[in-house]
Design a protein around this ligand. Structure first.
Ligand code: AKG
Ligand code: FE2
Length: 193
């Protein structure tokens, strides 16, 4: 999975007009988290589709999602703002862009908003790997000749701050903009001290 994430980072480098191995020195000891999820079947008498995982963006770099059992449910928001099904295709993974990549690419890549909607009475399994650069990597605009749109952050600090937000009140968890504002304020406060 780490090798695959390296390949994805190589493709991002090329897409941003950088040398193919540009991210390599910052991803030698990547922070990787794995999540194995069993979504219990929503009750049969549920009248509408059940949101098993609310709308969010992943906070790290590259996310690799395996929809092991072929049961759909993962939906991603496209550039028109519509949710589309990430239909499970045998032998493939879904790649989501996380918040750190959005910042690093100066917004040229957008963190993918997504959610999991399930049918009543149907359970589901998924395996997810979250990959991010080395803890001490400074994440700042990597695109030549562009004015930075984001404050620079240290990858590991960003992860810890986002975890605080995630496990805080649920309304913060679902509000991506609010999360980013909180994070900006946090880092502004640190750089002011
Ligand atoms: O279950 C899935 O397909 C995705 C879950 C997810 O988005 C997450 O764990 O961040
Ligand atoms: Fe996610």
């Amino acid at each position: 999975m780490v090798d695959l994430a390296d390949k994805v980072m190589e493709s991002y480098a090329l897409a941003l007009d950088l040398p193919i191995d540009w991210f390599k020195p910052m991803t030698r000891k990547p922070i990787c988290l794995a999540r194995l999820v069993h979504y219990f079947a929503p009750p049969e008498d549920l009248s509408s589709d059940h949101m098993s995982c609310g709308t969010h963006t992943d906070q790290l770099g590259v996310t690799l999602v395996s929809q092991l059992d072929g049961i759909g449910g993962l939906q991603v928001k496209n550039s028109r703002g519509d949710y589309i099904e990430a239909v499970p295709i045998p032998g493939t993974l879904v790649v989501n862009i996380g918040d750190l990549i959005e910042r690093w690419s100066n917004g040229n890549f957008k963190a993918t908003e997504h959610r999991v909607v399930m049918q009543p009475g149907i359970e589901r399994y998924a395996a997810i790997v979250f990959h991010m650069p080395d803890y001490h990597t400074k994440i700042e605009c990597c695109v030549k000749d562009e004015k930075p749109k984001y404050l620079s952050v240290i990858a590991g600090d960003f992860l810890l701050k986002r975890e605080d937000n995630y496990y805080g009140p649920s309304e913060k968890w679902v509000d991506h903009e609010e999360n980013l504002r909180n994070t900006e304020q946090h880092f502004t406060a640190i750089s002011d001290t």
